[in-house]
Design a protein around this ligand. Structure first.
Ligand code: PBG
Length: 333
């Protein structure tokens, strides 16, 4: 029940804002380094950090540099890192066989990081787009993204990632039935402790543009992803997707993108009370960085304010390209 508010002057809401001490006492939400998951991009090579033009400050890293990034993250107290592959275009096919190659760039990166920095949780992405000749998250037949055949491919991809040592699998493909199929396959293979963080409510968003540059999928993509990713107009549908994925065996759920979808985060948290994450995606990062680089916004302040907003909306954690910068700010206090 909402307490009644006495009329002015008995109530002066500025009393609890008058000093940093008072503001601290009444603060409702805080951001902690434990809330951060850091997405990184991996590519072939040695000693490589290749800048991504549309994501200032983010690089595609060769595996040795990715291991160094994981070490840096662990040193900052960041609990998890999420790996995205930049795949050589020559390896992209219509059936996406490279996606479940145990030696693909992402599986080699998982193994190298788990060996060098065992304490950091390694999360993956499960979708076919980095390996697909046509840039889609699923297998395309006669112009249709086919669901069930894609799920079978995604299960192979999930098992290869679990074999490589991934702690958290992140299916981002939006096919129907993939969580249940993956969970059954993981149990059967003895991977009983591998967690699934489902990209359950993933919208068909224009905010993914810079990411598609980063993984080299922009040029390849034919058409749009509207037959599998969600319509930005919908909200009730997100709850159905979350409920379905939880019933199929997801341990954690995600809303994506982040800032434009905080209303969805709040509904999900209130409705289910399960570990709820948001992805502050590449386009959100790009717009904040672009404004900061022009001197139009204070970059550090908008970074921290935007991350705190996710906590206020009920999120347990945030996938964000700002993770190391935010962790450094939090360490400074
Ligand atoms: C792959 C995938 C995408 C993102 C994460 N996993 C792109 C897409 O669905 O097109 C986007 C992440 C970002 O924009 O930062 N399916």
């Amino acid at each position: 029940m909402r307490p009644s508010v006495a009329p002015f002057p008995a109530t002066r809401l500025r009393r609890t804002r008058k000093s940093a001490a008072l503001r601290g006492l009444v603060r409702e939400n805080t951001l902690s380094v434990n809330d951060l998951i850091w997405p990184i991009f991996v590519r072939e090579g040695q000693g490589v950090a290749e800048p991504i033009a549309s994501m200032p400050g983010v690089n595609r890293l060769s595996i040795d540099r990715a291991v160094a990034a994981a070490q840096e993250a662990a040193g900052l107290g960041i609990p998890a890192i999420c790996i995205f592959p930049y795949t050589d275009p020559a390896l992209k096919t219509e059936l996406c066989e490279e996606a479940w190659n145990p030696e693909n760039i992402s599986n080699r990166a998982i193994r190298a990081i788990k060996q060098a920095v065992p304490q950091i949780a390694v999360m993956t992405d499960i979708a076919l787009d980095p390996y697909n000749a046509n840039g889609h998250d699923g297998i395309v037949r006669d112009g249709i993204i086919v669901n069930d055949e894609t799920v079978a491919a995604l299960v192979k991809m999930a098992l290869a990632q679990a074999d490589a040592g991934a702690d958290i699998l992140g299916p981002s493909d939006m096919m129907d039935g993939r969580i249940g199929a993956m969970r059954r396959a993981l149990e059967a293979a003895g991977h009983t402790d591998v967690a699934i963080l489902s990209y359950s409510a993933k919208y068909a968003s224009a905010f993914y543009g810079p990411f598609r540059d980063a993984v080299g999928a922009s040029g390849a993509l034919k058409g749009d992803k509207n037959t599998y990713q969600m319509d930005p107009a919908n909200s009730n549908e997100a709850l159905r997707l979350i409920e379905r994925d939880l019933a199929e065996g997801a341990d954690m759920v995600m809303v994506k993108p982040g800032m434009p979808y905080l209303d969805i985060c709040r509904r999900v948290k209130d409705e289910f009370g399960v570990p709820t994450y948001a992805y502050q995606v590449s386009g959100e990062y790009a717009m904040l960085q672009a404004a900061a680089q022009n001197g139009w916004l204070d970059g550090e302040k908008v970074m921290m304010e935007s991350l705190l907003a996710f906590k206020r909306a009920g999120c347990d954690g945030i996938l964000t390209y700002f993770a190391p910068a935010a962790a450094r700010m939090l360490a400074k206090g």
